[in-house]
Design a protein around this ligand. Sequence first.
Ligand SMILES: Cc1cc2nc3c(=O)[nH]c(=O)nc-3n(C[C@H](O)[C@H](O)[C@H](O)COP(=O)(O)OP(=O)(O)OC[C@H]3O[C@@H](n4cnc5c(N)ncnc54)[C@H](O)[C@@H]3O)c2cc1C
Length: 413
Amino acid sequence: MDFSDTVEEAAFRQIARQWIGEQAPAYLYDGLAMSGFGGTKTGELDPLAEAKKWQKKKAAAGWACIQWPVEFGGQGATPMQSVIWNQEEGVYGKLTGTFIIGQGMCAPTMMAYADDEQKKRYLPKLASGEEVWCQLFSEPGSGSDLAGLRTRAEKEGDDWIINGQKIWTSGAHYSDYGILITRTDPDVAKHRGLTMFFLDMKSPGVDIKPIKQANGESGFNEVYFDHVRIPDAQRLGDVGGGWQVSLTTLMNERLAIGGSIATGFPEIKTLVDNLELPSGKAIDDPAVRARLADWYAKSAGLKNTAARAMTALSKGEIPGPENSIGKLVAGGMMQDIAKFALDLQGLGGAIVDPALARDSARLQAMVMRSPAVRIEGGTDQILRNIIAERVLGLPEELRADKGIAFNKIPTGQ
Ligand SMILES: Cc1cc2nc3c(=O)[nH]c(=O)nc-3n(C[C@H](O)[C@H](O)[C@H](O)COP(=O)(O)OP(=O)(O)OC[C@H]3O[C@@H](n4cnc5c(N)ncnc54)[C@H](O)[C@@H]3O)c2cc1C
């Protein structure tokens, strides 16, 4: 495979590089270089405000969501140009993690199912970061089994009344809008009674409670709905067609997460290049080198798998279930690397204060963050099921509730 730029790609890269060099917030470079595992280091400055500032600047110059159509705030760029942009944006891209759910998952769903007026109203502000969106799917009893969700939507005149609870909603506490999947018909099989909406997160009756995580951050939330009113005009897709709509979101979720997934390899390489062990430099230790070689081989495999997905995209093909492989491999690898990195540092590995710990405690942050990678956007086990059934063609998992009306499924109560 030849990964070098074509003449056009090299010209595009040069323009992007020059603009980023002149416009990016260089005062954030050092902090961002050490960020990425559950927190964006912007010193005394508010990470959300800095993210919005950078995104707004990009949007004003036509560099926000460049692969989107021009009328929605993009520049109709090719998938390859989008990859090149991301490579050139480098550490500054870490600022825009705040927008991944909105731009990578909600926006494609809006593009496919919202009406023309709504697309014109919402998509440009989503691209420019002026409005942030979240994804209200998981519930306490339905994460992997998303179609088992219980949040109800009942029709009242031209509106729908929502009651129920979502959980693990990333960014709900700073989001302006969200896409919400609900149950509208409990009398049919679970996948057939669902309906999707989008809503204003400031609607009366929406109560957002941040969840405190082990790393001290509160990235996600519980979200309660108490008689929340949503106009029927904000329904996405048919009544009862919510599952189909959610597949658009979830397929893009795997792409958005899988396409940009960190592995921890560059971070462990920097550590072992510089760490002195009692026996000498860590990089010279045969046991360290053996682990490193193994992780390097995996990283190279991931890079080539991502390149294959990009080639498929550039030929107009839709990303398929094989895309699940990236997150499955990278999540486990990152967790292994993080644990190994802490062990190598001995007692120093227990220090979590970025001002005192080696490499601003980013490997410690990786230990805290990596288990989440193996859960969000589909757990390891669910990804293995997808690969087994839909890539390898193995027999389907037994699904005892298949075809049974939702309200007839035994719940143990
Ligand atoms: C950092 C983070 C951010 C998130 N952000 C969002 C968000 O913004 N919006 C949102 O809606 N959700 C979000 N989630 C929720 C996420 O989608 C769910 O946590 C995930 O789908 C798993 O669901 P669950 O937690 O209910 O676990 P469960 O589904 O209850 O799974 C528990 C265990 O059982 C295993 N298991 C379940 N079913 C099977 C099966 N059929 N075969 C084999 N094993 C199985 C799982 O693999 C897991 O190990 C986020 C999660 C994390 C960690």
